[in-house]
Design a protein around this ligand. Structure first.
Ligand code: COA
Length: 165
């Protein structure tokens, strides 16, 4: 669990799904179903977190997969009344930190080509456009693929000959 003065980030559980679905419906034209969230909660390589406000109400959530050395960010949304308060950033930063700790090579995602808010959030966190999937959501509704790469940390053995004396 991650805690700040106003926000707690905790694993999503079955009891959260009612609130999550409300946010989902207000956030996307093709919202995930409850069944889809339940499926994610059972997958061993899937992680879902909720952000709770002061009264413990769910104000946002994020779901991602860690598969091999890649992280796929599947879903991220913040309740419309709580946007522009840094909650989306806090949720994304947890995903990035989790990817770093797992030694992932990259984090990738699809975002609607018109979604300036989300693209702004991702760009601000080092994501770059790496593809375009035409008609991905529906005819005329394309997905921009965005990826954040992590530099490989080379572990070099210090050569005795070059070791400082
Ligand atoms: C995208 C979303 C998750 C952002 O959440 P948020 O809590 O409002 O974002 P934050 O307050 O943490 O903003 C962080 C940064 O994102 C960018 N951003 C957020 N909203 C923005 C907007 N409406 N327009 C432009 N940039 C925006 C900015 O760079 C912002 O930094 P700043 O406030 O210092 O300018 C939220 O708008 C949302 O739930 N949208 C609907 C669902 C969605 O599109 N999810 C993404 C699917 S890929």
């Amino acid at each position: 669990m991650i805690e700040t003065s106003e926000l707690r980030l905790e694993p999503m559980c079955e009891d959260d799904l009612g609130a999550v679905i409300e946010i989902e419906r207000q956030s996307f034209s093709e919202p995930w179903s409850v069944g889809l969230f339940r499926h994610e909660l059972r997958l061993p390589f899937s992680r879902c977190l909720v952000a709770r406000g002061d009264n413990r109400a769910v104000v946002g959530y994020v779901c991602w997969w860690l598969v091999g050395d890649e992280v796929h960010l599947l879903n991220l949304a913040v309740h419309p009344q709580y946007r522009r308060r840094g909650i989306g950033r806090a949720l994304l930063e947890v995903v990035l930190e989790s990817a770093r700790q797992a030694g992932a090579r990259l984090v990738t995602l699809e975002v609607h080509h018109d979604n300036e808010a989300a693209q702004g959030l991702y760009s601000a966190h080092g994501f770059v456009q790496t593809g375009l999937r035409r008609n991905y959501y529906a005819p005329g509704r394309h997905a921009v693929v965005m990826t954040r790469y992590f530099p490989r940390v080379e572990k070099r053995e210090a050569s005795p000959a070059r070791r400082a004396t």
